[in-house]
Design a protein around this ligand. Structure first.
Ligand code: ATP
Length: 241
């Protein structure tokens, strides 16, 4: 097994003259839950969009598992499930029909059994016949996660998945993330502003600030004396100024 499932080297992204990512390097260990932390505008979504192939870097290298060339990266990207920004759902189709459409895009055929199994995993099976537009926000997030999981990816990339969820929804998502990681051995990269939530699941962290990676560290290497993750984050920011 490869030590790192995903590595980014010296990645830069400019929008005109504005720098969104400034020579970012990071390594996501295989099997980890990697928390990407950064303030609004730090560059988290920009990074995830590049990883998903929705945007292209200005310079720098993305390496997914062993893939380095563009063709290999495209192939390897299929081993990742992405949940980035607002999920694109068809509001007038049912939950199951939305999943069938995603399956068709991926493999050209629908697989009822697999769709139902994945819904069971994410706790949405009972809502299978409900129209997407009638789902609560938390259920929509779950459906987006279900679509990301449909093709049995080795890695999940989740951009602010707890956004808008109530405390019960957040706790349920936390359990699901831990289950996917421990039982299914899915590596998970997740961005969140809720540090005390991230602290309960993440094994590794990357601290992004103004488009720069200030520090990467494993949870176990954060000194006890640092206090909470929030306190540690504040210190990293102070040191990085
Ligand atoms: P948030 O936590 O608010 O989602 P983020 O860390 O995801 O923030 P990004 O959305 O990646 O941050 O934005 C990084 C920077 O790039 C910001 O300054 C943003 O304004 C800028 N940016 C992002 N997308 C574009 C775009 N399409 N055109 C111009 N600037 C952009």
């Amino acid at each position: 097994m490869k030590e790192y499932i995903l590595q980014v080297n010296d990645l830069c992204k400019k929008y005109g003259s504005a720098v969104a990512l400034d020579h970012v390097s990071l390594s996501v260990p295989t099997g980890s839950i990697y928390g990407l932390i950064g303030e609004n505008g730090a560059g988290k979504t920009t990074l995830f969009r590049i990883l998903a192939g929705l945007s292209h870097q200005t310079s720098g290298v993305v390496a997914l598992a062993d893939a380095k060339t563009e063709a290999e990266i495209i192939r390897q990207r299929r081993n990742i499930g992405f949940m980035i920004e607002t999920p694109a759902l068809y509001p007038n189709l049912s939950v199951l029909e939305n999943l069938y459409l995603v399956q068709m895009q991926y493999s050209g055929k629908k697989d009822v059994e697999s769709a139902k199994k994945t819904l069971e995993l994410t706790g949405l099976l009972e809502q299978g016949r409900k129209k997407a537009k009638h789902l609560s926000l938390g259920m929509k997030q779950r459906l987006a996660l279900t679509t990301a999981l449909l093709h049995n990816p080795e890695m999940l990339i989740l951009d602010e998945p707890v956004n808008g969820l109530d405390p019960m929804g957040i706790a349920a998502l936390r359990k699901l993330i831990l289950k996917l990681n421990t039982e299914r051995h899915i590596t998970i990269m997740i961005s969140s502003h809720i540090l005390n939530e991230l602290e309960q699941v993440a094994t590794h962290y990357g601290f992004l600030h103004n488009g720069r990676m200030l520090k990467e560290i494993s949870a176990s290497d954060i000194p006890q004396s640092a206090g909470s993750l929030e306190q540690y984050y504040e210190k990293i920011l102070e040191d990085g100024q």
